[in-house]
Design a protein around this ligand. Structure first.
Ligand code: AR6
Length: 177
């Protein structure tokens, strides 16, 4: 699915983020930037040890914030590591923190001159954020950013399974109306 939005395009693809040949991919990291399972593990495995070395040098990242490294052997040029909230029922600031992940990643991409950016579905795996709610926040934040900025002009969600893809497709269709 591909939709024009503000000064750019929002794209949804069903697939592996480590295969995306874009200027930046956004990893669902943890606050220690220590690597882990899920998409984080896949990115470090495919990209090689230089990404973890750069993460160690940075030291950590608070929830809702984003840092940038190189991308090692990946086809992307950079990895942006954002730290999503763990879902604790929705009453602990989770929505604002998740919105901040998308906003800070997009701003960091812009400030580094990136033209294309691909996100994984932040917080909806191990961190347990309900995907319908997470998708609505992600699409809202991306559309707001594209309305006010020239680049990155291509923002892609790389979604790993059909259920997740369908949730983002529904959120993007709702945003269009
Ligand atoms: N490409 C795209 N999406 C993927 C891939 C992939 N290769 N692999 C998994 N996903 P998760 P979180 C999807 O658990 O919930 C790690 O241990 C996955 O199906 O990776 O933010 C970190 O170190 C799901 O839809 O991230 C943290 O400790 C989405 O990516 C913690 O997990 C996010 O799932 C972060 O948990």
């Amino acid at each position: 699915m591909r939709v024009e939005s503000g000064n750019g395009v929002i794209e949804l693809v069903l697939g592996d983020i480590t295969k995306q040949a874009v200027d930046g991919i956004v990893n669902a990291a943890n606050a220690a930037l220590a690597g882990g399972g899920g998409v984080d593990g896949a990115i470090h495995r495919a990209g090689g040890p230089s990404i973890l070395e750069e993460c160690r040098a940075i030291g950590g990242c608070p929830t809702g914030q984003t840092v940038i490294t190189g991308a090692g052997r990946l086809p992307a040029k950079h990895v942006l590591h954002t730290v999503g909230p763990v879902w604790h029922g929705g009453g602990h600031g989770e929505a604002d923190l998740l919105a901040s992940c998308y906003k800070t990643a997009l701003e960091l991409a812009r400030d580094n001159g990136l033209k294309s950016l691909a996100f994984a579905s932040i917080s909806t795996g191990i961190y347990g954020y309900p995907v319908t709610q997470a998708a609505a926040i992600a699409i809202r934040e991306i559309a707001a950013f594209l309305a006010g900025n020239d680049h990155p002009s291509l923002v892609r969600m790389a979604l790993f399974d059909q259920h997740t893809y369908d949730a983002y497709a529904a959120a993007l269709s709702a945003q269009e109306q």
